[in-house]
Design a protein around this ligand. Structure first.
Ligand SMILES: NC(=O)c1ccc[n+]([C@@H]2O[C@H](COP(=O)([O-])OP(=O)(O)OC[C@H]3O[C@@H](n4cnc5c(N)ncnc54)[C@H](OP(=O)(O)O)[C@@H]3O)[C@@H](O)[C@H]2O)c1
Length: 237
């Protein structure tokens, strides 16, 4: 399939590399391809320059967000920074319409005023906005009514999402939610191809609120286990 991955961060790279390995035609979106290719330093998360990633993964094609989305025949993965995603996706509505948009972004707001900040070794924990009474996924769905938004992948590091067997032999749970039954079937098939066997459909997209808020729990567990200790969650039932 022709699949678009919007985002050049660590998560976007994990999906692009795995989709390529699975034989898909991978189209990655960035704001400005020339600027992205001109970078020579690692990004703020320590990921090597994107040109190096492309050299290591021949076949992946880099475009603008709009051109990458246009190239997809059905599936577009949203790996755009949470605070920027709504604006960036709304701007390419025409290229997204009719497609399945898998959203794994967390609506983190960095540097926000907080009455009771959560200090971490990496600075203050960002605030979730929206939170509780809305979610980023629902905002995207309201802004793009002709796009089939499915929230998924978000409760894991993306390296684990694309390779669930790396944790506990793959015996852990992946979640999804969305208002479009057929779109959720498409996402389930993609997850199966990544190796997921325990996939829990949480129902309508409103459940994205729970998945996005889980980011704080994921962070708390990650801070406790320490950097580099990847983990999964299993719903025992
Ligand atoms: N990485 C993970 O394992 C993981 C796990 C769960 C959830 N998430 C969430 O998923 C989202 C993506 O994470 P990520 O680590 O893959 O990448 P990221 O570093 O958070 O975001 C990278 C992407 O955001 C784009 N971007 C940044 N500022 C922008 C702006 N002002 N306008 C438009 N685009 C902008 C960048 O565009 P350029 O390409 O032009 O630089 C880049 O493609 C985040 O919300 C993150 O919290 C990540």
């Amino acid at each position: 399939m022709k699949i678009a991955v919007l985002g050049t961060g660590g998560g976007g790279r994990a999906h692009a590399a795995r989709l390529l390995e699975l034989g898909h035609d991978v189209h990655v979106g960035t704001r400005d391809p020339e600027a992205t290719l001109a970078r020579t330093e690692p990004d703020m998360m320590g990921n090597p320059p994107y040109q190096q990633f492309l050299a290591d993964h021949p076949g992946i094609r880099l475009h603008t967000f709009a051109d990458a989305a246009a190239a997809a025949d059905e599936i577009v993965i949203n790996g755009i920074d949470g605070a920027s995603a709504l604006g960036a996706l709304t701007a390419i509505a025409e290229q997204l319409n009719g497609k399945v948009l898998i959203d794994y972004a967390v609506p983190y707001l960095y540097g926000a005023e907080m009455e009771h900040p959560w200090p971490t070794p990496f600075g203050t924990m960002p605030k979730l906005d929206p939170c509780d009474t809305d979610s980023l996924a629902e905002q995207i769905q309201r802004a793009l009514p002709d796009v089939k938004v499915v929230k998924s992948f978000v409760t894991q590091e993306q390296d684990t999402v694309v390779n669930p067997e790396a944790i506990g032999g793959g015996d852990h749970t992946m979640f999804l939610a969305g208002n479009h039954t057929e779109a959720k079937k498409t996402v389930t098939e993609l997850l199966n191809s990544y190796g997921w066997t325990d996939i829990l459909d949480l129902g309508d997209l409103v459940a994205a609120r729970g998945m996005e808020m889980y980011a704080h729990m994921h962070a708390a567990i990650g801070l406790t286990l320490g950097l580099g200790n990847h983990f999964g969650v299993k719903v025992v039932r």
